[in-house]
Ligand binder design. Structure first.
Ligand code: GRF
Length: 199
């Protein structure tokens, strides 16, 4: 049995609304700790939220992320068990996927494998969904492997969309479900995963 909480790191690049939900969800948890925040964007919302929650946070640009020694040292210093991507707009290097095999989760704002892959992020996804005039979209939560948006899917939920809904409206609707489910799915995934691997 573990005698310390599961330490998670959040990687985020954008406004950080999912990151903030995750931070708040686990703030009183005895089993989980958001132990580190990393962003490749100096102006990311998540870096602004981190101090008030007293979470160590680092601006970590691409050249740092591709430096395996430095990045693993940072993650080891904070005893990171798992990594949560929440709007992180950089490819996770292969060394990290290997070291954290099955322990990196991502959220994608469409029903993968549809509307995924290189270049499909943020509003590009919702614009494509709107143009394709599909009747349903929704967030996907998946394990990260070496290919974009291609790891094992652990959760999806269907969000019906009315004809002619704009990309902005679709984004808002999907984001509501991301906020509602991502923290809970993270908890469920890592609780199960870590208790199994600790036996
Ligand atoms: C979300 O839509 C998420 O699905 C995608 O990036 C967006 C991040 O939004 N990967 P926020 O920064 O959490 O507000």
């Amino acid at each position: 049995m573990r005698d310390h909480p599961i330490h998670l790191a959040i990687f985020a690049s954008g406004s950080g609304s999912n990151a903030l939900r995750i931070i708040k969800y686990f703030s009183a948890s005895l089993k989980f700790k958001i132990a580190l925040i990393i962003s490749n964007n100096k102006n990311a919302g998540v870096l602004a939220h981190a101090p008030e929650h007293q979470i160590p946070h680092f601006f970590w640009p691409k050249n740092q992320l591709s430096n395996s020694e430095k990045t693993l040292e940072l993650l080891n210093n904070f005893q990171i068990d798992g990594i949560i991507l929440a709007g992180f707009l950089a490819k996770i290097p292969e060394y990290l996927v290997n070291v954290y095999q099955d322990k990196i989760l991502n959220i994608h704002p469409a029903l993968l494998p549809a509307f995924g892959g290189i270049g499909m992020h943020g509003m590009y996804v919702h614009q494509a969904v709107s143009q394709a005039a599909v009747s349903v979209t929704g967030p996907t939560m998946h394990v990260v492997n070496e290919d974009y948006d291609a790891g094992r899917i652990i959760f999806q939920c269907r969000v019906p969309i009315a004809p002619k809904t704009s990309a902005d409206e679709i984004a808002q609707q999907v984001l509501r479900y991301e906020h509602k489910f991502y923290p809970y799915i993270i908890e469920r995934y890592f609780r199960h995963f870590c208790s199994k691997s600790d036996k």
